[in-house]
Write a protein that binds this ligand. Sequence first.
Ligand code: FE
Length: 135
Amino acid sequence: MEKTDIPTTESEWKSKLSPEKYHILREGGTERAFTGQYWDTKTKGVYKCAGCGQELFSSDTKYESGTGWPSFFEPMDPEKVETLPDNSYGMIRTEIRCANCGSHLGHVFPDGPQPTGLRYCVNSASLDLDPETGS
Ligand code: FE
């Protein structure tokens, strides 16, 4: 999707997204653990931003974190995921957003597996899995 196809107003975002996705992507909401579409998914493919379609995470970096949210140890391209300090709810966390459209993805924590030691904890609602087609 071209940058020009990204909604520019809140009303455009509301008409593009379901109420649940709007809350998570545009208001920084969080889906309940173990309820999302992808927390237990093992399908090979590319996870794209549910807001704009930018490729964000490869299934090759997805791992079982036990948290109930899809978890990855690194993004496909660090430039595509921006990080922001988030001190809400009395916690010191780092929010992650799609660098292309600004949609909220989740948070990144320093307790992931090697080689990065990072856990990108992402809402299923923020992702669209594009499954790898067998050849
Ligand atoms: Fe996006």
